[in-house]
Design a protein around this ligand. Sequence first.
Ligand code: ATP
Ligand code: MG
Length: 137
Amino acid sequence: MERTFIAIKPDGVQRGLISEIVSRFERKGYKLVAIKLIVPSKEFAQKHYHDLKERPFFNGLCDFLSSGPVLAMVWEGEGVIKYGRKLIGATDPQKSEPGTIRGDFAVVVGRNIIHGSDGPETAKDEIALWFEPKELV
Ligand code: ATP
Ligand code: MG
């Protein structure tokens, strides 16, 4: 069954949005197969966002991701990679629709509270980066 990597970034955890976000994925019908709270090192954040290393915001983005607890999760279900990103909403919260997580809870792109894998390959790589196989139930 299809799986994706979802992370509530430090701003989402700090603002108390864990239960709200987990609940949206649960109520849709997806299955939680792994979850842990972790403070990633900056090196780890750089690995996670390696595709963006040429972008001007890369350094700030990695500093931010490693600035506090992140709730790392794996969710499973039919179409969860693409639909999970629909639940999350557009990258820039100014453009994400009301009803999406970023649309409802975020204002600026650098503090958009949640990450979701953008395709099957990145989902596989990100799950392997954040979790040991034995942590997946
Ligand atoms: P994510 O990978 O976090 O789920 P995304 O796939 O919607 O987000 P990406 O293009 O992968 O978007 O960008 C990764 C993250 O980098 C964004 O979530 C955002 O926090 C940050 N980011 C993207 N564009 C900008 C920007 N122009 N300025 C500042 N930060 C940005
Ligand atoms: Mg992305």
